[in-house]
Design a protein around this ligand. Structure first.
Ligand code: MTE
Ligand code: MO
Length: 165
């Protein structure tokens, strides 16, 4: 087992009074606070993590709420839509087709502890499957916006820009 690399938490990340909004093309726009999330069933997933920058972390144990549970409550009004996962650090956002969104976990625990803010707490988006990219694990998730057409994905540009630094 090895640990995730530690990165500075941007100043724009203020997790006080944190909530998660599911909005856009949905029957009901919903807002969940930590209390609301704690009443929902959790699932665990163990996975290795690899950044395109060349470092990795093995045997991470995530626990949280399946994103499908949250989506089912909001009721997307599109079938072949997308979800844009926004974060607290400015314009960082990552787009997923709805079927990938449904396979993801909204992780609120890492290795049996509440997810620390330095790794994206209160909530980090953990895509399912084996072939996700490092920037898709959106830290400090604030809003999941359902859209009909494919939104622009700024997370990839930001992540790759960082590598050139
Ligand atoms: N909101 C947000 N999420 C993010 C990033 C970011 O800059 N902002 N960086 C991504 C990248 S490129 C990586 S490698 C991981 C790093 O996670 P860590 O800081 O917990 O090691 O977070 C991903 N999620
Ligand atoms: Mo990364």
């Amino acid at each position: 087992m090895s640990e995730l690399r530690r990165h500075p938490v941007p100043e724009s990340v203020d997790t006080e009074g944190w909530t998660l909004t599911i909005g856009g093309c949905v029957d009901r726009s919903l807002e969940f606070d930590l209390d609301d999330l704690s009443s929902l069933p959790r699932q665990s997933v163990s996975d290795d993590f690899a950044c395109v920058d060349g470092w990795s972390a093995a045997g991470l144990s995530w626990r949280g709420i399946p994103v499908s549970t949250l989506l089912d409550r909001a009721g997307p009004t599109v079938i072949d839509g997308y979800g844009l996962v926004h974060a607290l650090d400015g314009d960082y956002a990552c787009a997923f087709p709805l079927d990938r969104l449904r396979e993801a976990l909204l992780a609120v625990e890492l290795d049996d502890e509440p997810l620390p803010v330095e790794h994206g707490g209160p909530a980090r988006f953990v895509p399912g499957g084996d072939d996700s990219d490092c920037w898709e694990q959106v830290k400090w998730v604030s809003t999941i916006e359902i859209t009909t057409s494919q939104p622009t994905d700024t997370a990839k540009a930001i992540a790759l820009g960082r590598i050139d630094e």
